[in-house]
Design a binder for this molecule. Structure first.
Ligand SMILES: [Zn+2]
Length: 533
């Protein structure tokens, strides 16, 4: 007898053998049957929970392939600057936060975006010093590749006009006075980060709970957490308590690879709720911070081609670490944004694939944002997964061309080019860099309408992809990316009972309305983890 039956739905299964169904039966957290309402209805008994979908649309639960889960939760609990659209509002909100927090407590996170200020300018410590004399401030841009510190935080970090920039980092200094402006980029952020007190276990638990609720409300039943060790203890506690309502597949920093290899931990350790993936590294920075690493100069900053991340030094270390990880049975996921960063990473993967014994590696490149046209074929040949975030395309699409010009923009967020070459896409959000909202992600991939509505036909419209392909990248191909395509990402017998119920059939509405669709219910392992009121 089934535990749960969903009837009278429009179910898109992401199973080529049976793309549509009306009903699903669940038993023991897994899918027992898929079929018509008449067929599946017969599997119910006195104890079966029956949900009449009344024509609602159902997909496999979304898999977000790139999140910083605990950070996302912490950002839900801290200052919100993502939508601070003016300098005045930015300053006001920071001042308000300082008044709310006890003296001496740090103001962190923020996710600000100076690209929405008019004129576009980087914030400076002078903007906020007067409002925050007693609170160290170290707030990040939404891409996490630069922070603004107030004078107090710089002092605690020992950053002065004399401080040299560490490799892979930049301390922005005023060209007139030589004094630090408060902006620290990439590796330079650590100068202040290391003075920030560690998150307490209680804060981390609250953050994880907030993140789980946020995921469930958006139909996300699995995430790939690329943020490192932070949170693993909390996830284990939550799992123990039966409260881990999102499945977490997690990476640790590539800098810890030697320890992991020594422990002989391999990809797949854990269970279907909490599972170990491998290592995550960085080749470069971000486009918004002008630290993404390109072959040619930034169009708006001649002579500047971006930065290699500190993890690329000393030279050769990235290859060494990836090789060690691969030989130990760990999956590698590496952040590469600029076209040259992607080429550098492809070189490394190519070399290791050629030299090591053949293995089902499923190497990943995170973001894979700007691709030199000749590199698509290399992605395909090496079976490298492009782990991409469609929301970034409609966000950065507002200003990316200013930074890289029209030619490079043609293969920026090049989703259709990847598909044309037979490269597998794994969709994600990069939350909290972008909202963890797959419906916005689908909307972005299918329409490429930038957030400022200035490209109604789609920015670089030839890179729009079909809805079917976009759904696949958020479900079955994301499952493939975590070696789980035989248990999730599709609605078929034997698979995990992870579903999202939506109020509209995405295939019949206008693409531009996808972002308005509401999650009605989220089911993970046969249990309802979110229900709209
Ligand atoms: Zn990320």
């Amino acid at each position: 007898m089934a535990d749960l039956i969903l009837l009278n739905g429009k179910i898109w299964t992401v199973d080529a053998a049976r793309p549509w169904a009306e009903a699903v039966a669940v038993r023991g957290g897994r899918i027992a049957a898929v079929g018509t309402t008449a067929e599946v209805g017969r599997l119910g008994g006195a104890e079966t929970q029956v949900i009449d979908l009344r024509g609602a649309f159902v997909l496999p639960g979304f898999i977000d392939s790139h999140v910083h889960f605990l950070n996302g939760g912490l950002s839900l609990l801290s200052i919100q600057l993502r939508d601070a659209r003016t300098k005045a509002e930015f300053i006001d909100r920071i001042g308000a936060k300082a008044r709310e927090l006890p003296r001496g407590e740090w103001i962190l996170n923020g996710d600000w975006d100076h690209q929405q200020f008019d004129p576009v300018e980087l914030p400076r410590r002078e903007w906020i010093d007067a409002a925050t004399p007693d609170h160290p401030v170290c707030i990040n841009r939404l891409d996490g590749h630069m922070v603004l510190c107030n004078s107090l935080a710089l002092k605690l970090g020992g950053v002065t006009r004399e401080t040299p920039a560490p490799p892979g980092g930049e301390i922005v200094k005023d060209p007139a006075t030589g004094e630090p402006t408060g902006i620290l980029k990439d590796a330079a952020m650590d100068l202040v980060f290391r003075k920030v007190p560690e998150t307490t276990p209680a804060q981390a638990r609250r953050a994880a709970e907030a993140a789980l609720a946020y995921a469930a409300a958006r139909g996300v039943t699995s995430v790939h957490d690329v943020s490192g060790e932070a949170g693993i203890d909390i996830y284990q506690d939550l799992r123990q308590d039966g409260r881990l309502t999102t499945r977490i597949y997690f990476y640790v920093p590539i800098t810890t690879v030697d320890e992991i290899v020594r422990l002989k931990l391999k990809n797949g350790f854990g269970d279907e709720t909490l599972r170990f993936a491998g290592v995550k590294g960085f080749v470069d920075g971000s486009l918004g911070s002008a630290t993404a690493y390109f072959f040619e100069s930034y169009t708006d900053e001649p002579g500047k081609t971006g930065l290699l991340n500190g993890e690329m030094f000393p030279q050769g270390i990235m290859e060494k670490r990836i090789r060690a990880a691969d030989r130990a049975g760990l999956q590698a996921a590496v952040h590469a944004i600029g076209d040259r960063a992607n080429a550098v990473m492809l070189d490394i993967y190519e070399k290791i694939s050629a030299e090591d014994p053949p293995r089902d590696q499923r190497f990943r490149i995170e973001h894979a944002q700007h691709i030199r046209p000749s590199d698509f074929a290399r992605f395909a040949r090496l079976g490298i997964i492009a782990s991409v975030q469609p929301y970034h395309a409609i966000d950065d699409g507002r200003w990316a061309e200013k930074k890289i010009g029209p030619q490079r923009a043609r293969t920026t967020y090049p989703f259709q080019s990847f598909l044309d070459h037979g490269v597998r896409l794994a969709f994600g959000s990069d939350w909290p860099v972008a909202p963890m909202d797959p419906l916005w992600g689908l909307y972005a991939a299918v329409t490429r309408r930038t957030l400022d509505e200035r490209h109604p036909g789609g920015w670089v419209s030839e890179q729009k992809i079909s809805l079917e392909a976009a759904i696949r990248a958020y479900t079955l191909d994301a499952a493939y990316t975590e070696f789980a395509e035989t248990v999730k990402g599709s609605i078929r017998p034997g698979f995990l009972a992870d579903f999202v119920v939506l109020d509209k059939n995405l295939f019949v509405i206008k693409p531009e309305d996808i972002r308005l669709v509401k999650v009605v219910r989220t089911i993970c392992g046969g249990k309802t983890v979110f229900q709209a009121r």
